[in-house]
Design a protein around this ligand. Structure first.
Ligand code: EPU
Length: 337
């Protein structure tokens, strides 16, 4: 086990923010992880996965545990379905591609989401009509305080919209080491209702799409409006879409009849934060080396060497402006460190 001092985290966060870890350990096996946790004494820890959902506004004065556990295996299968276990450090999109190669269906709509498998349950990643919870079987985790292993079943995780128990009552208590998914082997249930998926498949002349076709459509949509962190630093949606009452939404509609929404229940609707931010005039706004993406206002970007604290100030300005104009508060989806 090698513990390094003063390590740059710039390549380990998709925003590409320059910040340092006081100390850092690359974790490639569970034995090392357990050993570190056992001997940590009072040392502060910071658990790092794919670094795709955080904004670093300062150096991390802790021991950063970079979870790079690897491996994918089929643990059980029937004629129709399969349980696949992937270790926490597997790159999410590479895992999606592995499933497509094996013709395992269920996560094709989640193609190209940045980040790692191990962090996918924490915020119940979702896109184009599918959420992680729809394919989740269980996850293995280690309790930081006593190194006990625990298996979390779906009912233990309390999944919600970009939410789980790991962001709430069990925050910072467990390290997820692997996730097991229940996927289909045949008669895949495709989710192609999302308008742009249908449009892409039609344009390509595909009448009976395969899971690979759906994945290709999702990849094309994402590439058309979401910046690739390899080119422009970002963390995907910076804010969550706010959920408001129907009566508040009706008020909004009097001034903005074209306001988009998704119905959540008989009394609640979700309004796209990207739309609110665009109406507030921020879409495509650039401030020196950071700004708001020009094709999706929900995404804040680092054009190069921006400071996390500057991006955080912009996020606050956006939140305050949206609140002032629409009386709607938008919460960050990204963790501010
Ligand atoms: N919109 C605007 N202006 C914008 C952005 C969006 O008017 O700048 C409008 C669009 O025209 C559309 C509506 O808002 O009517 C919804 O836009 P979009 O389909 O792009 O989805 P979203 O609600 O903005 C959510 C997720 C994305 C996910 C997409 C597709 C959240 C916070 N974000 O975005 O997730 O890819 O749906 O399912 O729920 C992520 O979490 O990092 C992420 C990218």
């Amino acid at each position: 086990m090698v513990i390094e001092q003063n390590v740059s985290l710039q390549t380990f966060n998709t925003f590409g923010i320059q910040a340092k870890a006081k100390s850092y350990c690359n974790i490639t096996n569970e034995a090392t992880l357990t050993e570190i946790l056992k001997n940590k004494d009072n040392q502060a820890l910071f658990v790092l996965g794919g670094g795709s959902n955080m904004l670093l506004t300062k150096d991390i004065e802790a021991l950063v545990l970079h979870i790079n556990l690897k491996g994918i295996e089929v643990i059980k299968e029937t004629e129709d379905s399969v349980l696949v276990k992937a270790m926490a450090g597997e790159n999410w999109h590479q895992f999606v591609l592995w499933c497509l190669e094996h013709n395992f269906g269920g996560i094709e709509n989640l193609s190209l989401i940045p980040g790692n498998v191990g962090t996918s349950p924490i915020q119940n990643i979702g896109a184009y009509g599918i959420e992680l919870k729809d394919v989740f079987e269980s996850c293995d985790a280690i309790k930081i305080s006593n190194q006990e292993k625990k298996i979390f079943k779906i009912e233990d995780c309390k999944f919600g919209y970009r939410e789980s128990v790991f962001k709430q009552e069990l925050k910072d208590e467990y390290i997820i080491t692997s996730v097991t998914f229940r996927l289909s082997k045949k008669n895949h249930r495709l989710h192609t209702n999302y308008g742009a998926i249908k449009e892409h498949l039609n344009t390509w002349g595909i009448k009976n799409p395969s899971i690979k076709d759906v994945s290709n459509a999702v990849i094309a949509i994402r590439q058309s409006k979401l910046p690739d962190p390899k080119d422009i630093g970002n963390s995907g949606s910076f804010f969550k879409n706010p959920v408001i009452s129907i009566s508040q939404f009706e008020q909004l509609q009097t001034n903005f009849p074209e306001a988009p929404f998704y119905k959540v229940s008989d009394t609640l609707v979700k309004v796209p934060a990207g739309w609110l931010i665009e109406q507030a005039g921020f879409k495509g706004k650039r401030f020196n080396n950071y700004g708001v993406h020009n094709k999706q206002a929900l995404v804040l970007v680092n054009y190069g060497s921006a400071k996390g604290s500057d991006i955080y100030k912009l996020a606050k300005l956006i939140q305050n402006t949206v609140e002032r104009l629409f009386s709607i508060s938008i919460e960050t989806e990204v963790n501010i460190i």
